[in-house]
Design a protein around this ligand. Structure first.
Ligand code: UD1
Length: 433
């Protein structure tokens, strides 16, 4: 092989090639929720028994979490139907830096490790493309439950002092309703001594799903889905067989795929209450949406401008802000989109502009003036949901769009191009220099 041949082989990057302008039809299947599955997997650290999780999506983030848990001594067995996690032989309470660095969500382990082992050493996950993403609230809550926490050289070390090494229930008020902090503290409290009350808790469906698993394991949790969650610690949690909820963000992405291609599509399974704010905004934009308890049917023709502001659940989810912006880039009129959750989550604006979108930015607000047609271009997904936004824009654009940054997309969407192609899209995954 010549040097040039070797070099071009080394530099090959996977990308999606999308031939835009095709309508979608039929039915698209939604996988299990990534963000739920990740935290439910971490909850296996709370029990010696086997936790069997069904409807876990086949994603690189899930594989990374499995590696993380394996490194702590958890036995992980995956089949097509379920993933079985057995925490009877945990031999380490120290999470490796490389694994936490590659998957922020692995910081979740700190709560269950501390509750079960009386100590945990977990590197700070650091920021990511969308913002700095602190873990101050997680740490503050663990301290309120009696843990001694030190942070040195980028590693959080938490220890429960005293005999028995058992956390103590307490009252915790979160300064912001952080999803990760709420979940971390719920897991820690599940084996703590006495009652823990988390005020200003996150109300996201993934928090409710975690409560569902903890209850299935014998835990005592009330109020999940409201701003006040009460957990009464138990001595031991047992095994469980539990199905992860459908992914509301993936479902929302498919709704937007139908809307941006002005199509009629059925999406299933969907829990409509998980998508309340998104469905309301799509209806406001002119889409017709009906649900029948299992799935939703969307019919989209003309799309009108709408304003949206991202908020904690039940407000409009930050994870669908970028995909919704792609839709509004094709709407009639000017929309105002404000990102309130993450400080750096408008990087997709520059990429959409490359496709002909007319967007003006001011701080964390984007003014999106709809254009008659986007035009296909090479674009880069800058984070998971920004990559999805590029795919959606490509579906509607004239000509060919190539999307790079699939390492992000594959973290959160299982077989995205196959699912969309089965509904009439024309997307191929190619290796390009
Ligand atoms: C989770 C989701 C992510 C989603 C986000 C918001 C997972 C694996 N990821 O992330 O997809 O975009 O919720 O819905 O479930 N904050 C603080 N201090 C803290 C913790 C958070 O100020 O100690 C702030 C963050 O900077 C951010 C906001 O709270 O501005 C929300 O963050 P959080 O809810 O913690 O998000 P994650 O749990 O990391």
């Amino acid at each position: 092989m010549t040097v040039t041949a070797v070099r071009s082989k080394v530099n090959l990057t996977p990308q999606l090639e999308i031939a835009g302008g095709r309508q979608l039809s039929g039915e698209v299947a939604v996988s299990g929720a990534k963000n739920s599955a990740l935290v439910l997997m971490a909850a296996c650290l709370l029990s010696r028994d086997t936790i069997r999780l069904r409807n876990v999506p086949p994603l690189t983030d899930i594989a990374a979490m499995a590696d993380m848990l394996s490194s702590l001594g958890v036995t992980v067995q995956a089949s097509d139907e379920a993933i079985e996690l057995s925490g009877d032989r945990i031999n380490s309470a120290a999470a490796p830096y490389e694994l936490v660095n590659s998957l922020r969500a692995s910081f979740f382990c700190i709560g269950p490790l501390l509750a079960r082992m009386g100590m945990a050493r977990v590197p700070l996950p650091g920021g990511c493309q969308i913002g700095t993403r602190p873990v101050v609230e997680h740490v503050k809550g663990l301290k309120a439950m009696g843990a001694q926490v030190t942070i040195e050289h980028g590693v959080v070390t938490a220890v429960v002092p005293g005999r028995g090494h058992r956390l103590k229930g307490g009252r915790i008020h979160l300064d912001c309703p952080s999803v990760g902090a709420t979940e971390t503290l719920m897991m820690a409290a599940a084996l703590a001594d006495g009652e823990t009350v988390i005020d200003n808790a996150a109300q996201e469906p993934e928090v409710v799903d975690l409560a569902g698993l903890l209850i299935a394991m014998g835990g005592r949790v009330r109020g999940a889905g409201t701003p006040t969650i009460t957990i009464v610690g138990v001595d031991r949690l047992h095994g469980a067989d539990y199905a992860v909820i459908p992914d509301r963000i993936e479902a929302g992405t498919f709704l937007l795929a139908a809307a941006i291609t002005r199509s009629k599509l059925r999406i299933t399974p969907v829990i409509p209450e998980h998508l309340g704010a998104v469905i309301t905004k799509l209806e406001e934009a002119g889409c017709r949406i009906e649900h029948d308890g299992i799935g939703v049917n969307i019919t989209a023709r003309q799309i009108n401008a709408v304003d949206l502001r991202t908020q904690p659940f039940p407000g409009f989810p930050t994870d669908l802000q970028a995909p919704f912006m792609s839709l509004l880039a094709t709407a009639k009129g000017t929309s105002v989109i404000t990102e309130n959750i993450f400080e750096n989550r408008l990087q997709h604006v520059a990429e959409l502009q490359r496709m002909g979108a007319a967007i003006r930015m001011q701080g964390n607000t984007a003014f999106v003036e709809g254009v008659a047609r986007l035009s296909g271009a090479p674009v880069q997904g800058t984070d998971l949901r920004a990559s999805a936004a590029m795919v959606l824009a490509g579906l509607a654009a004239e000509g060919i769009t190539t999307v790079r940054g699939l390492e992000y997309l594959d973290r959160g969407y299982a077989a995205l191009e196959h699912k969309l192609n089965a509904a009439g899209a024309q997307i191929s995954r190619v290796e390009a220099a």
